[in-house]
Design a protein around this ligand. Structure first.
Ligand SMILES: [Zn+2]
Ligand SMILES: [Zn+2]
Length: 223
C-alpha cells in the first residue's frame, strides 16, 4: 500500500519579488501552518479560512522583506505563534523601513515574533515534525525546516532549482552559504523535495547532480 502524504505544502506566489510562501497541512489532523507569508498572504489566509483549518504556527525562514511583508495580514487572521531565528529578528524589524525605500505599500505594523527557532530542535504542524536546520549565508539567522516523515524541506532562499541564494545583501556571505548548503541541504536524503522561496520546487538529487553552483564548489565531487 503506498504511503499517504503526511504533510502537504501548497505554494502561494506574489509580489514584485515573486516570493513563494507555503501553507502546510498535517493530513492526519488537518492542522496548518504558514511559511514565509509575503505578498500572497491574503490568498494564503483565504485558503486556510475556506478550508476551515486551524493554524498551529507561522514560520519565517529568514527576515527579508519579501518573506515577511504579509505578516500583519496573517496576524489579523490568527494568533498562532510566529517563529524566527534570533539572528534574523533585526531584519524583520527593519522590513517596514526597507519597504518604504523600495516604494512598496506594506500592511503594517508588523507583529513581533513570539518564538525563537532553536537549530537541532523540532517544531510541529499537527503531528508532523519539522527539524530546524541552521543555514546562514544568504541572510543571518536563516533556517531550513526539514520534515523527514514527509520527505520535504522548506529551504527559503538558501538554494533554488539550478541556483543559490544571493549573498550581496547585508549579512550575506558566499562561503558561509556554500557551507550551509553542503552541511544542511546535500546531507538530506536524495529524494527530499526542496521547496524554495522563489521559483519551482526541486529535489536534493537534482541539485546535487545539475546545480552549476554546487558542482563548481564541490569540484564535481557531488555530481
Ligand atoms: Zn531572502
Ligand atoms: Zn526571497
Amino acid at each position: 500500500m503506498p504511503d499517504a502524504p503526511v504533510l502537504s505544502a501548497l505554494p502561494f506566489t506574489g509580489g514584485p519579488f515573486a516570493e513563494t510562501g507555503y501553507v502546510l497541512r498535517c493530513e492526519h489532523t488537518g492542522r496548518m501552518a504558514f511559511v514565509d507569508p509575503g505578498a500572497a498572504a491574503g490568498r494564503m489566509v483565504d485558503f486556510v479560512r475556506e478550508s476551515g483549518g486551524k493554524v498551529d504556527a507561522v514560520f519565517l525562514t529568514h527576515g527579508h522583506l519579501d518573506h515577511v511583508e504579509g505578516l500583519a495580514v496573517v496576524r489579523a487572521f490568527t494568533d498562532a505563534p510566529i517563529h524566527i531565528h534570533p539572528e534574523a529578528r533585526p531584519f524583520l524589524e527593519h522590513a517596514p523601513t526597507l519597504a518604504e525605500r523600495y516604494g512598496l505599500k506594506m500592511e503594517g505594523p508588523l507583529p513581533p515574533p513570539d518564538c525563537a527557532f532553536i537549530p537541532g530542535e523540532s517544531v510541529l504542524v499537527g503531528e508532523v515534525e519539522l527539524q530546524v536546520r541552521f543555514a546562514p549565508g544568504h541572510a543571518p539567522g536563516h533556517v531550513i525546516l526539514h520534515a523527514p516523515s514527509a520527505g520535504l524541506a522548506l529551504v527559503g532562499d538558501v538554494v533554488f532549482a539550478g541556483s543559490i541564494g544571493r549573498t550581496d545583501l547585508p549579512g550575506g556571505d558566499f562561503q558561509e552559504l556554500m557551507a550551509s548548503i553542503r552541511s544542511e541541504v546535500l546531507t538530506l536524503p536524495d529524494q527530499t523535495r526542496l521547496l524554495p522561496g522563489h521559483g519551482p520546487e526541486t529535489t536534493v538529487a537534482v541539485e546535487r547532480m545539475g546545480n552549476p553552483f554546487l558542482i563548481s564548489q564541490t569540484g564535481g565531487g557531488y555530481a
